[in-house]
Each structure stands twice: as C-alpha cells, then as structure tokens.
Write a protein that binds this ligand. Structure first.
Ligand code: 5RP
Length: 223
C-alpha cells in the first residue's frame, strides 16, 4: 500500500471511534483531511466538530459539517479527538505541529477523553526526535528560547515566513534524541515565551491506528 492508501485506510478505520450524537475533535494535516472526508459520510450521526485549525474548520464546513468553537460548547469535554502525528511511539508519545497547528491541537487534545492518532506506518518510531520538534514562541522570545533549546541539546531553526494562527513563530528543533518525552515536554513548556511545544507525551494517544501492507494495525497504549 502506498503512503496515501495507508492514510486513507486509517482515516476510514477511525470512524468506528466516533460517538453518535456527540461533538468530535478533529485534527490537522493530510491524514486528518482524509478523516474529515470519511466523517462527511456519517455527518448525520454527529452533532458537529471542533476543529484544531482554520484549515480543518474550512474543510469540515465545505462538507456541510457543523463546526463549533470549544468556548461555546456546553459540554466540558469531547468524547474523542482524531488527529495525525509527525512521529508516535508505541507508548503513545507524539511529535506534532509539522503543519503548525500545535497550540489548538494541544487544547482540543486536552479536553478529549480519548485521543485517536492516525498515520501511515512511517510515523511509528522507537524514539522521538528525528522529526524536528516544533516549538511555538511569542515573537519577542524567539532568540532567548532558541538559546535555551541549544542548552537542551537541540538545533533550533526558525520556520521563516510562517506565522501561526495566534500570531506567533515556530522554532523547529532538530538533533534531539527524546528518551524522556514527558520530562522534556515539561522543561520546554516552562521556558518563558514558549506558547506550546509539539511534544504530546503527558497527554499522549490512547489509540494508535497505523497503516501498513497487512492493513490497519491498532495499538492501545492508553489501556
Ligand atoms: C499538524 C500536525 C499533523 O497532525 C502532523 O503534521 C501530521 O500531518 P500529516 O497527516 O499530513 O502527516 O501535527 O500540526
């Protein structure tokens, strides 16, 4: 199966985690886009969706799916959030933010009772860090945070020409071998000027659906 076929297969498989008559959190990226296309087929079963980016909201609306802001929901949490990842371990820790939507993704993930991560087989890694770790920073803090990230062993590169939906900048940090993702997430998050770090380890994936030649593989680190 090609990478795209694998993404389509996991997007389809994720539909069985969608709860009827409820809101669903929807992530951002090429795999999430395919999930949205699948969701459109069962849109009559759900109340609507909470999007993790403007791009996702637009795709959902184009399919006629109701999109609601998290602040407007009466419910305190969402049953399910479905999103892709740039890297994921079998323990459910992820690097996300390749598409730049990490802040809203983290917020929607925080209110979800279940995080379903979908990706092609290449996303599963033994150790996080080969994919540069995105860190969203307030613009005035860029140099300071970059120097601190060097002290943590990384090589930050400014994602030039990219401003996030929240008016911030992103540093992509390469050269990290992330053996303790929970600890590194806490350390980077604590730096002054950091808005979000693209490490999703403290709140990782509960279910991982991975594509592959033999079909969709399901890992359940959340159990
Ligand atoms: C966007 C993300 C995406 O989930 C991640 O980049 C994976 O994208 P794709 O499904 O296109 O490989 O975190 O901010």
């Amino acid at each position: 199966m090609s990478r795209n076929e694998q993404k389509a297969a996991v997007a389809h498989a994720a539909i069985r985690y969608v709860e009827d008559d409820a809101w669903i959190g929807v992530g951002t990226g090429s795999t999430a886009d395919l999930f949205i296309d699948e969701l459109a087929k069962i849109k009559g079963r759900i109340r609507g969706a909470v999007a993790s980016s403007v791009r996702t909201a637009e795709r959902l609306k184009a399919h006629g799916i109701v999109v609601e802001e998290l602040n407007n929901l009466v419910e305190r949490d969402l049953p399910v959030y479905v999103d892709g990842a740039d890297e994921v371990t079998e323990h459910g820790a992820m690097i996300k933010g390749g598409g730049g939507a990490l802040t809203r993704e983290k917020i929607v993930a925080a209110v979800a009772r279940r995080f379903v991560c979908i990706g092609d087989a290449s996303k599963l890694v033994p150790v996080l860090g080969k994919f540069p770790l995105p860190v969203e920073v307030i613009p005035v803090a860029r140099s300071y945070v970059a120097r601190q990230l060097v002290l943590l062993g990384g090589q930050p590169a400014w994602r030039m020409g990219h401003t996030t939906e929240h008016g911030n900048w992103i540093l992509d940090v390469s050269g990290l071998t992330i053996l303790d993702p929970v600890a590194l997430e806490a350390k980077i998050r604590a730096l002054a000027g950091v808005v979000t770090v693209g490490l999703f380890a403290q709140r990782g994936a509960d279910v991982i659906l991975l594509g592959g030649d033999a079909g969709v593989r399901t890992l359940t680190p959340g159990r």
